[in-house]
Design a protein around this ligand. Structure first.
Ligand SMILES: Cc1ncc(COP(=O)(O)O)c(C=O)c1O
Length: 425
């Protein structure tokens, strides 16, 4: 396969990867199950769940002087350093919140309430956590909300469409790294560079919740002011959102205890277990990297691991679209439409949206479940999908989101089930 089509893990690495996660091949009741809804919450690393349970079992407050408290402080320091390794972030602040959405509202609020300007720019594909935050604070602060349209061919938003909306008077650009509906990546590097060419001190906040588990993020190459991800979609646990803020964003007025340093965004007691989860994620990705590289540096091993994960996922995407051995792929199936089928797979995360002739997405999702496959219906009536689907002139879609823990055999089984579902009409 060419690099554009990705490269699969060897059988032995694949087996070791599956072994490191809970419930990849079977559900908790022991029944075989293909879980292809990882964009809604990913497979859990066994090490992440164990780290959470072990650390959270300790009653100690980290803000004490005794030995166990110092141990918890070390866990937090290591977790914070690991967030920086993941993003290649220098300086600024790391912020653990309850959800990614909560942090997004806080970051948007700080910029909108304290940075001058007459408009704010975003895209029609944003998750409600950023879209609604920006529209709320545009309304409250009397700014114009400018929304870049989607491109129904690629499933993304063209950089040109975003850049056209930015001017000297723009307060904030809030943009996602990749769409959780279509899987299309936005060209964040070009968007950041071109936006700052128009307004050098523009504040930029990026929602990386969808994209972070699928590829390398490098803030030294794409310097933004705020970025967030969600550990539960990144092989970790539910119950936290993780953000990094540039120093100038972190120091804007925000809710904080007055005695704390200016750049601290955590309110109240952080949970050391959540920091341990992030370190377990990084340990795992670095382990993947170490199967292919002898790099010593933790960031470099993480980068190698994410690149391999991305490459395996691209190979799975190729198989899903074009078939596995004699099993035909989605593109060739009767009665199945593949949406946003952009040819350049390097521009897509491992998400596919499809529709069936004569079968509503919700009915299709039920048929899949009866056959042991979990996928997700995105429908126009949903607050999480409606605005985005309307922008593509679609009423609904079935979203398929496997993970790098899946093998070509899993994809073949999924495709065989899809042919059965397509034959139901
Ligand atoms: C792209 C994107 N951004 C933000 C979020 C919000 O994450 P959370 O529910 O953890 O706040 C989600 C969750 O679905 C998402 O997919």
């Amino acid at each position: 396969m060419s690099s554009n089509q990705g490269q699969l893990f060897s059988d032995s690495v694949m087996a070791q990867i599956k072994e490191r996660f809970h419930f990849v091949d079977r559900d908790i009741d022991g029944r075989e199950r293909l879980f292809f809804d990882n964009a809604g919450g990913s497979f859990r690393l066994k090490a992440a769940s164990a780290a959470f349970a072990n650390i959270d079992a300790l009653p100690d407050c980290p803000e004490r002087i005794h030995e166990r408290a110092l141990y918890l402080q070390d866990i937090q320091d290591r977790g914070e350093a690991d967030v920086r390794h993941m993003l290649n972030a220098r300086g600024g602040s790391v912020y653990f919140s309850l959800t990614a959405s909560a942090a997004m509202f806080e970051m948007v609020r700080a910029v909108m309430e304290h940075v001058p300007g007459g408009n704010a720019v975003t895209t029609i594909l944003e998750h409600p956590s950023s879209f609604d935050a920006l529209s709320l604070y545009c309304e409250r602060t009397g700014r114009a909300l400018r929304v870049a349209p989607s491109n129904p061919e690629t499933g993304g938003v063209d950089a040109d469409a975003i850049i056209a909306l930015i001017d000297e008077d723009t307060t904030l650009l809030s943009v996602m790294y990749a769409s959780n509906i279509s899987g299309a990546k936005l060209d964040i590097a070009a968007i950041v560079e071109r936006a700052r060419a128009k307004k050098p001190d523009l504040f930029i906040i990026v929602d990386a919740v969808q994209h972070a588990p699928h590829a390398v993020i490098d803030l030294q190459k794409t310097p933004v002011d705020g970025i967030n991800f969600a550990p539960y979609k990144f092989f970790g646990c539910r119950g936290s959102g993780v953000s990094w803020l540039s120093q100038r964003l972190a120091e804007l007025p925000h809710h904080r205890l007055q005695a704390k340093e200016k750049g601290v965004w955590e309110l109240g007691s952080p949970a050391p277990a959540q920091f341990a989860v992030v370190s377990a994620i990084l340990d795992y990705v670095a382990w993947v990297g170490a199967q292919f590289s002898d790099a010593e540096d933790r960031r470099e091993r993480f980068v190698q691991g994410m690149q391999r994960i991305e490459s395996h996922e691209r190979a799975l995407l190729t198989l899903m679209l074009d078939g596995v051995g004699t099993q035909r792929g989605l593109r060739a199936m009767n009665g199945v439409q593949v949406y946003w089928d952009h040819d350049d797979l390097a521009q897509r995360d491992l998400i596919v949206g499809i529709g069936f002739d004569g079968l509503e997405p919700t009915a299709a999702v039920r048929e899949y479940e009866q056959r042991g496959v979990i996928v997700y219906e995105r429908i126009g009536a949903s607050l999480y999908s409606g605005r985005m689907l309307r922008s593509f002139n679609l009423e609904g879609a079935v979203r398929i989101s496997p993970l790098h823990c899946h093998s070509p055999d899993d994809i073949a089984r999924f495709l065989a089930v899809t042919e059965e579902v397509a034959a139901i009409r």
